[in-house]
Each structure stands twice: as structure tokens, then as C-alpha cells.
Design a protein around this ligand. Structure first.
Ligand code: ARG
Length: 470
């Protein structure tokens, strides 16, 4: 321990922060407060932000052209060291920012010490996280499109495949399997819209806010924003360093997307069970059991469903992290990173694997059709038929309820009841009734916009194809 003014405060940080401190940080505090173990992941964004800042400082005459050249040279070397795994991350240097800055100063001397002019780690970290997240958002946009394409491709092969549609998990009305799949395409399309919206608010530059109040140096924040591809600057310095709501809304987007994945995963699990037997999954997506030799389990789908829990949990964690934080920056904010990183990783991995797995689904059309026939799925069609013959819907509903009751007693489908029996429920019923009692007839009749008629479904597939081609 020395009380001499330090030549290089960062290099000596393992002893104490600055001349102000009379003793070094305790080991426990060092470990408790350090974030370098996880925030080193931001290194690329950190270097990009520093170079944009330094370039602007040089253009504004705050640092010299020589300083700028030295900083660039040092950062090039640091990039190589990190990429090759040779960079030595030091816990005593706390975080990614101080690690890189200290190494820069070790490499290029005084220019490294001038880099932090007009900047604070508070606006630096906020900038890094936004830059990093923006890139991840762009990758997720592509993955969401992949997911949708996989579903559309499967749908395309099954516009005429009939399955029972369910409400309350009870057979309701026949639907096209493609129609069912396209429901998920709609969900993921909305997720993509939400994500595009999150990107707009994420893509603003905090740098230049400094610690909280702005700075006395003649910074050109707009130039830094342009250099880093931001759409604009954060206009209030206090807000710039303390706002994490871009992370919250990203997290909300991710939680919703994972819930969509989870619902699809749940259906895949159900459909693959022996009781449904609607689909089979390629072996490469299944696992066996160590005790039951006959088992092929849809573990991937189950995990995707399960992992929605942690992403929803991260949303709760992040939103609670922000609650009650006074302006401006607080160290609490360091806790935003691990949940955010894990959210991105979990969602990206899950979308990637689910898109692949959907491509490996084989459909058991006959089983789907049998299931649709089993549950009196065309009862509404019979009621609609009677309405066309002039009955009020409520009367038709009642007549069909009687028909279903009799069919149930006899253990047959409505279409298996003889005409004479059907006419017993209402004399308006004629021979043409059998056309509406078939699954295909039922499907074709639901040709309202957004309905399940194969012609409608084909039109929707074309719309999605055009949208996803861009
Ligand atoms: N590692 C810190 C974080 O993630 C960087 C900012 C530190 N700022 C400070 N004033 N201690 O938030």
C-alpha cells in the first residue's frame, strides 16, 4: 500500500481505486462487485464504442491525431488478443470496460489514459449493452423468420389434411392442419413486429451523457451516433445512463415469444403421444429411456416448453431490478446483464432447434382424420345446414343436439345415421345433408376470411411466403 500519487491508477486498482482510498478493497467485495466474468461478452461493443468516442474526440480537437492513432493501434491488438484467447481478464479490474482500458494504457501509454475524457462507465456500459443487444436483435429477427418459414413449409404440404380443432381440449370443429400451423406463424410474425419496435428504442446513443449530467467537453454526440449506426441520441443525460427499459421490453418480447414456442412445443408433445398419434418426430430429435426400451421421448419440445420458465423469470427479475431505483445510475444496473444474456441465448437456441424440428415432423393424416370423425366435429355444420333450410339457429342447435345424442347412443358418426333417422330430428333434412356432414365439406364451407377452408389457407400461405421472402 502506498499513498504516492499513482502513475497509472487502473494498473494499481488492485491496491485501491485512487489516492482517496486508504486501504484496498476486501477480497469478498472484489468478487461481489466484479462483473468481468460475464460482461466480457460485451468486448466487441465496448471497443467499437471506444473507437467511435475517440474518433469524435480527435475530430473535436479534444485529443490529438497521434493519440487517436495510438488508441486505434492498441485496440487492434486488444481485439486480436481477445479473439485468440490470449487476453488476460483480471477480476481486480472489475469489468470489461476497465480491463480493456487498462490493457490499452499498458500498450499505448498516455493516449490510453485520455480515452476516458468526457465519458463515464455509466454511459459507456449503457452504450455497450444497446450495441450488443441491437446485433442480437438482428440475429433473432432472422431466426424468427426461419421459424415461420419452417411452419409455412409444413403447412404447404397439409392444406387439405383434416384434424380436429379443439376448444376446451374437446373436439370442436374440423380444421385444416395447415390452418392450425399458420396460427403459430401469426404469433411469430407478431413477435417479429414487437422485436422491430424494441429495436427502434434500443438503437439510441447514451454516450455523451457521461456520469449523469453531461460533460463540459465539446462532444459531437450526433457524430458518434452516426458512426455506431444509432438512429439518434438519448436526449436526457440522467435518463441515458439509468434507463434500462429497452432491456425490459426486449425481455417482455422474449417472454411472449417463448410462451408461443411453449404452446407449440406442448402441442407437439401431445400430438406425438400414443393417445393422439397425429405426428411423429425424426429420431434425431428424440431421446430414449434408460429403463423403458420402447420409449422415444420428445425431450426437445419438453425442454423448449420448460425453458420458457427461465425467460419469463428473467423478465420478472429485470423489471424488479429497476423498480425503486432512484435516478441516475446505480450499481444495481450491473445485474441487468446475466438475465439479458441468458434470455438472448435461450430464445436463439430454442428458435433454432424448434425450426429444425418442425422440418422433421411427419404427419399421420389418417389418425388426424379418425380423431376428427370421432368427436362429432361436424355437428355445427348440420346446424348451419338447417339454418339454410330456414330454421332459426337456436332451433337448429337443439335439433342437432338430439341427433348427436342418438348417434352417441349408437356409437356412430352423424354421417352414419340413415336419412330417415335424421329426418326424425327435422323434416327439412334431405339427401344433400351428407355433403355437409363430411369433414371435407365442413372444411370447404368455412371460407370466411381467415377461415379454415383450404382455399383460404392457400391464400394465407401465399401471403406469408411473400412477406417472408423479403
Ligand atoms: N460494470 C458496471 C455495470 O455493468 C459498469 C458501470 C459502472 N459504473 C459505476 N459507476 N460503478 O453497470
Amino acid at each position: 500500500m502506498s499513498n504516492h500519487p499513482s502513475q497509472d491508477p487502473l494498473a494499481n486498482k488492485q491496491q485501491a481505486w485512487s489516492a482517496l482510498f486508504t486501504e484496498p478493497m476486501s477480497e469478498l467485495v472484489k468478487r461481489y462487485t466484479a462483473s468481468v466474468g460475464f460482461d466480457q461478452r460485451l468486448w466487441r461493443a465496448d471497443i467499437a464504442g471506444s473507437l467511435a468516442h475517440a474518433t469524435m474526440l480527435a475530430a473535436q480537437g479534444v485529443i490529438s491525431a497521434q493519440d487517436m492513432a495510438d488508441i486505434r493501434r492498441g485496440m487492434t491488438q486488444i481485439t486480436e488478443e481477445i479473439e485468440s484467447g490470449r487476453f488476460e481478464w483480471k477480476l481486480e479490474l472489475e469489468d470489461v470496460h476497465l480491463n480493456i482500458e487498462a490493457r490499452l494504457t499498458a500498450l499505448v501509454g498516455d493516449a490510453g489514459k485520455r480515452l476516458h475524457t468526457g465519458r463515464s462507465r455509466n454511459d459507456q456500459v449503457a452504450t455497450d449493452v444497446r450495441l450488443w443487444l441491437r446485433d442480437e436483435i438482428d440475429k433473432l429477427v432472422a431466426l424468427l423468420a426461419e421459424m415461420q418459414r419452417a411452419l409455412v413449409a409444413l403447412a404447404d404440404a397439409h392444406t387439405e389434411t383434416v384434424m380436429p380443432g379443439f376448444t376446451h381440449m374437446q373436439v370442436a370443429q374440423p380444421v385444416s392442419f395447415a390452418h392450425h400451423l399458420l396460427a403459430y406463424v401469426e404469433m411469430f410474425a407478431r413477435d417479429a413486429e414487437r422485436l422491430a419496435d424494441v429495436r427502434r428504442r434500443t438503437n439510441r446513443l447514451p454516450l455523451g451523457a457521461a456520469a449523469l449530467a453531461g460533460t463540459s467537453y465539446p462532444l459531437d454526440r450526433e457524430a458518434v451516433a452516426r458512426a455506431l449506426g444509432f438512429d439518434g441520441v438519448c436526449h436526457n443525460s440522467l435518463d441515458a445512463v439509468s434507463d434500462r427499459d429497452f432491456a425490459l421490453e426486449f425481455s417482455a418480447f422474449a417472454a411472449i415469444a417463448m410462451v408461443h414456442v411453449s404452446r407449440l412445443a406442448e402441442e407437439i408433445v401431445l400430438w406425438m403421444s400414443q393417445n393422439f398419434g397425429f405426428i411423429d418426430l425424426a429420431d434425431r430429435y428424440c431421446t430414449g429411456s434408460s429403463i423403458m426400451p420402447q420409449k422415444r421421448n420428445p425431450d426437445v419440445a419438453e425442454l423448449a416448453r420448460g425453458k420458457s420458465g427461465r425467460v419469463v423469470g428473467h423478465l420478472m427479475g429485470l423489471i424488479t431490478l429497476m423498480k425503486g431505483q432512484p435516478l441516475a445510475y446505480n450499481k444495481d444496473n450491473q445485474e441487468d446483464k446475466e438475465p439479458l444474456f441468458d434470455t438472448v441465448d435461450t430464445l436463439a437456441d430454442t428458435l433454432r432447434i424448434m425450426a429444425e424440428m418442425v422440418g422433421g415432423i411427419s404427419v399421420k393424416k389418417d389418425a388426424m382424420e379418425r380423431a376428427a370423425l370421432r368427436g362429432y366435429a361436424t355437428a355445427t355444420d348440420l346446424a348451419d345446414y338447417l339454418v339454410q333450410k330456414g330454421l332459426a339457429f337456436r332451433d337448429a342447435h337443439e335439433a342437432v343436439a338430439h341427433a348427436v345424442k342418438v348417434a352417441l347412443q349408437q356409437g356412430v358418426d352423424l354421417s352414419a345415421l340413415p336419412l330417415a333417422t335424421l329426418q326424425g330430428f327435422h323434416p327439412a333434412i334431405g339427401e344433400d345433408v351428407y355433403a355437409v356432414l363430411t369433414l371435407r365439406g365442413s372444411l370447404d364451407s368455412r371460407a370466411s376470411l381467415g377461415g379454415t377452408a383450404p382455399a383460404q389457407v392457400r391464400a394465407q400461405i401465399a401471403r406469408h411466403r411473400a412477406r417472408l421472402a423479403g
